[in-house]
Design a protein around this ligand. Structure first.
Ligand SMILES: Nc1ncnc2c1ncn2[C@@H]1O[C@H](COP(=O)(O)OP(=O)(O)OP(=O)(O)O)[C@@H](O)[C@H]1O
Ligand SMILES: O=C(CO)[C@H](O)[C@H](O)COP(=O)(O)O
Length: 405
């Protein structure tokens, strides 16, 4: 009997079914979904299968790109919180897994597609940012399989040991987030994304955050942090930064303009750059859609200490694309008063009045909760929930087929 392995076991979610050319039928064994030829005398490999999954459970794929230490984990915690439930590493799996699973979302870290481990990179003189240190073929195949409703055995890059560990099973979630250095680098992977975000942290701010984390929490010296940022810079400029041109939303973090020659880096100017014309995504606006507006909300309804808060909003161009840009410079003194700002923003995709403020208060201890990084990350989280719901609604009307030759 000819056997053709199709997909890894436990792979298809419960709504999926498989049909194959007439002379084959589906069988299962413990580890694999297989196709058997039904005609034993003329047994031959089944050459193709069509997998049909219920449209409303097809995985929506979100890409989040940023350099290391730029707030991806914090953003992920805000995003998964919007969907409710806690995100945890796979139960009973590798304690050094980089994956986080909640009821609705699975977040995988693209570091798991490093093809060279720490020693391999050292021997070859390449950084982890260099595409040669990453397996984009596997990344593409596995993200595509998950999107098609099929589980995969994904490798694990172990940040503790610097080695590649045995793989872990990733089942298709409702929303798959691929976060890391290169979610938009390879065109095939990029084309699988339903929405993409780039966290663009200016060098000055990146440096301040790195110092804060790596000196305080990881015992690194100031000199070694400087050296590590410098060593990564050429590859960052060549391979990571250019991805922002493809992002549907960019959160850009810059030093404040409210304090002349500020070099403390504590007060931030944050821009939310939103591409126009993206399916299922309508940019947020302040007061009046399409106008150019500058707003200082400080006064009776919003307490502001020095240097105050300034919002701006308006149309712009970004890498040749039409965008809307919402900007916040400064920081909040009292998060409960954020409702005043929220009530002047439109298209924020909340389900009830004050949801942004509620989310921000819930995670007041997360980095950036008193400034535009936290505010815009929360809003993008709500926009992703809205995008997901719209995609599900539209797919329910047109069932999809996923094929594998
Ligand atoms: N919005 C923010 N405001 C201030 N500091 C921040 C902000 N976001 C992140 N940081 C700082 O940067 C550090 C790294 O954040 P986070 O762990 O979210 O980044 P990451 O991109 O997931 O990092 P890595 O890829 O290295 O794990 C935090 O510990 C914090 O010190
Ligand atoms: O840029 C990175 C993304 O997180 C890391 O530096 C890369 O994954 C290598 O990790 P490590 O330094 O633990 O070997």
């Amino acid at each position: 009997m000819a056997v053709c392995t199709v997909y890894t076991a436990h792979s298809l979610n419960s709504t999926c079914s498989i049909s194959t050319p007439t002379k084959t039928h589906l069988g299962f064994n413990q580890k694999h979904v297989v196709l058997y030829s039904t005609n034993k005398k003329t047994a031959r490999r089944a050459s193709s299968a069509v997998i049909t999954c219920s449209a409303d459970t097809q995985t929506v794929v979100i890409g989040l790109a940023a350099d290391s230490g730029c707030g991806k984990s914090t953003f992920m915690r805000r995003l998964t919180s919007v969907f409710g439930g806690a995100a945890e590493p796979p139960r009973g799996g590798n304690p050094d897994s980089n994956t986080l699973i909640s009821d609705t979302t699975t977040v995988i870290c693209l570091d798991d597609y490093h093809s060279l481990d720490r020693t391999g990179r050292k021997e070859n003189g390449v950084t982890a940012l260099d595409p040669r240190a990453n397996d984009f073929d596997l990344m593409y195949e596995q993200v595509k399989a998950i999107k098609d409703g099929v589980a995969v055995e994904k490798p694990i890059y172990n940040h503790v040991t610097g080695l590649l560990d045995p793989p872990e099973l990733i089942k298709p979630p409702k929303i798959l987030v691929i976060e890391g250095l290169h979610p938009m680098y390879d065109q095939r992977v990029r084309d699988l994304l339903d929405f993409s975000i780039y966290l663009d942290i200016s060098n000055e701010v990146k440096f301040a955050w790195k110092i804060q984390r790596d000196m305080a929490e990881r015992g690194h010296s100031l000199e070694s942090i400087k050296a590590s940022i410098e060593a990564r810079k050429p590859d960052f400029d060549a391979y990571i930064d250019p991805q922002k041109q493809y992002a549907d939303a960019v959160i850009e973090v810059l030093p404040t303009q409210l304090i002349p020659d500020d070099n403390e880096g504590k007060v931030l100017r944050v821009k939310l750059i939103m591409k126009e014309g993206v399916k299922f995504f309508s940019p947020v606006y302040l007061f009046d859609e399409g106008s150019s507006i500058s707003w200082i909300p400080c006064g009776r309804k919003l307490t502001c200490s020095y240097p105050g808060i300034k919002f701006s909003y308006g149309p712009d161009a970004y890498y040749g694309h039409e965008v809307s840009v919402l900007e916040m410079d400064g920081q909040f003194d009292r998060l409960d008063e954020l409702i005043y700002v929220e009530s002047h923003l439109s298209n924020i995709s909340t389900k009830f009045y004050g949801e942004v403020t509620q989310q921000m208060l819930k995670h007041a201890d997360f980095p950036g909760s008193n400034n535009g990084t936290g505010l815009f990350q929360t809003i993008v989280g709500l926009k992703i929930r809205d995008l997901f719901e719209q995609i599900v609604a539209s797919r329910a009307k047109t069932p999809l087929e996923a094929t594998k030759a």
